[in-house]
Design a protein around this ligand. Structure first.
Ligand SMILES: Cc1cc2nc3c(=O)[nH]c(=O)nc-3n(C[C@H](O)[C@H](O)[C@H](O)COP(=O)(O)OP(=O)(O)OC[C@H]3O[C@@H](n4cnc5c(N)ncnc54)[C@H](O)[C@@H]3O)c2cc1C
Length: 494
């Protein structure tokens, strides 16, 4: 499948195991710098995918993309993927994690009380997918991503507030108390604000804060009802959001508002627009809303928001995902097939990059609003086709928008590091982020269950990742024993 427009030169097949060729010949800086001229050839890099040779100013190194992975991560990745790539092992593994995540377990299965069990979980799946239990551990994880070449880390707090509508009792964020929605100051909104501010304090300049509003729909009727009915948020919540926005603005940290279940999504997008009106006024996005391509309604929502941003002169921050609630949503709301979701995703991503989406932008670049795009996906086809299209437009001197890419910690390292690797070879540095979650082992069990389920639903990709990790392990062993050179990434566990 060719991903670029007719005049493009990207002819790789990411999805299949057959010969893969990426031949975007765009040098220059990543986001919006003018490209320099260069020819292109075809050469194989690192056994992961084919790419053009290094451009002038680009790196001449021909190491594998996964060579940037610390050895401890490589070993853990091999262990986890050896299980994830075998359905007969993954099924029981998912059941075990899901079982452990349920409340009121007997001592033996209670990660909170059984320290030996907590240690095993922490040393394996927790370390693979989570950033840490406290500020120190989280900062170390962020540093290790920096060392690997990532532009930054997207961080979110795992702990969820659960509102029991039958007892009117809320659990979470240390606010185990009855919640009276009539009270002027809701302790749960305050607890939410404190949790988010604690996360901000762990982040550095290029990092991003992911916030989930459903964490506070559990804060009792005040927020849930407001979001469901499309009513204004309580003043206290709006004040908390403004405080979070101002803190992030001072620190240069971008805010990503996660997408959730459809019933809340319309209101969450409206809140996102309000925050963008407030904070996205200086030509770039501080606030991003998440658009779920699997929803049939998303294409028109994006078009409407582009028009609003154009009319009201703010930057639209688009965080594009396919959507994670397939099993829970009403099926008729979602595209009928995976291919339809893929097409919607690529249409939005490519439309933003080309600054032409439906009838918006037809009359020239001036008629397209300022947009910042963050592609959150593990799908190689979507990621590399958008990357190549963006590079091609820079090379051709055509208008485009700044683009970033993000994958979850512990997943598709071959893709994340592959993007950085291609960027190095081309003398560019794509903005690639790792998205992670922090919290105690117990707090992260729900998140870990979702990761296990996602791996189960993406068996082919997990197998590809496993094959790539095995190849990298073989490369390091060969380099160490036969070539006498110490491989990049080292052999000693870190
Ligand atoms: C950094 C990051 C942040 C994220 N944030 C959010 C978020 O805020 N909200 C959210 O909902 N998700 C979020 N996700 C998850 C995302 O929505 C996807 O579930 C996940 O990334 C898998 O999709 P993919 O693009 O990586 O790849 P793929 O594996 O190519 O796509 C899988 C996805 O395709 C869709 N799909 C699968 N089968 C069908 C079918 N039969 N018909 C129609 N569609 C189908 C589903 O959305 C499924 O998740 C995030 C993902 C990342 C990497």
């Amino acid at each position: 499948m060719a991903f670029l427009p007719r005049n493009g030169c990207l002819t790789r097949r990411f999805a299949s195991s057959s010969r893969r060729t990426l031949c975007s010949h765009t040098p220059g800086r990543y986001a919006s710098s003018p490209p320099a001229a260069a020819g292109h050839h075809s050469a194989k890099y690192g056994g992961v995918f084919d790419a053009p040779p290094p451009r002038e100013g680009g790196s001449k190194k021909k190491t594998s993309p996964l060579s940037a992975l610390p050895t401890s991560s490589l070993i853990r990745g091999l262990l986890i993927n050896s299980i994830s790539s075998k359905p007969w092992l993954l099924g029981p593994a998912v059941s075990v994690i899901s079982f452990l995540s349920r409340p009121n377990r007997a001592f033996l299965f209670d990660v909170n009380r059984n320290k030996a069990l907590a240690k095993v979980v922490k040393g394996t799946v927790y370390r693979q997918f989570c950033a840490g239990e406290d500020g120190n551990e989280v900062k170390q994880t962020i540093k290790s991503f920096e060392r690997m070449g990532f532009h930054g880390t997207i961080m979110t707090y795992a702990k969820e507030i659960v509102f029991d509508s039958s007892t009117k009792v809320t659990h979470g964020l240390g606010a185990e108390e009855n919640t009276d929605p009539a009270k002027a100051q809701c302790p749960l909104i305050e607890a939410w604000r404190e949790g988010v501010c604690e996360t901000i304090d762990m982040l550095g300049k290029n990092d991003q804060l992911a916030i989930k509003k459903h964490r506070i729909t559990g804060a009792g009727p005040s927020i849930t009802e407001a979001l469901l009915a499309g009513k204004q948020l309580p003043k206290q919540m709006w004040a908390a959001l403004l405080e979070v926005g101002n803190r992030c603005k001072r620190r240069g940290i971008r805010i990503l508002i996660d997408a959730e279940s459809y019933v809340y999504q319309g209101s969450i997008l409206e809140v996102g627009l309000d925050l963008m009106r407030e904070f996205n006024r200086d030509g770039q996005a501080l606030v991003f809303s998440t658009y779920q391509a699997y929803l049939k309604s998303t294409t028109s929502a994006v078009a409407a928001h582009l028009e609003t941003a154009l009319k009201e002169q703010f930057t639209l921050g688009i965080k594009l995902v396919r959507g994670a609630y397939l099993a829970m949503e009403e099926r008729s709301l979602i595209h009928d097939t995976k291919a339809d979701t893929d097409e919607a995703y690529n249409t939005i991503a490519h439309g933003a990059v080309k600054r032409k989406f439906g009838r918006i932008g037809e009359e020239g670049p001036g008629k397209f609003p300022s947009v910042n795009l963050l592609l959150c996906s593990h799908n190689k086809e979507s990621v590399f086709s958008t990357y190549a299209l963006h590079q091609q437009r820079l090379r051709d001197g055509l208008p485009t928008v700044p683009v970033g890419f993000a994958q979850l910690q512990g997943m598709t390292d071959e893709l994340s590091l592959g993007l950085l690797h291609v960027g190095d070879l081309e003398g560019t540095r794509p903005e690639v982020y790792k998205c992670s979650t922090w919290g105690t082992v117990t707090e992260c069990l729900g998140y870990l269950t979702r990761r296990a389920l996602e791996n189960r639903d993406a068996a082919g990709r997990t197998m590809d990742e496993y094959v790539a990790l095995k190849a990298e392990a073989r490369r390091r062993i060969a380099a160490f024993f036969f070539l006498g050179s110490r491989p990049k990434g080292g052999l000693a566990p870190k």
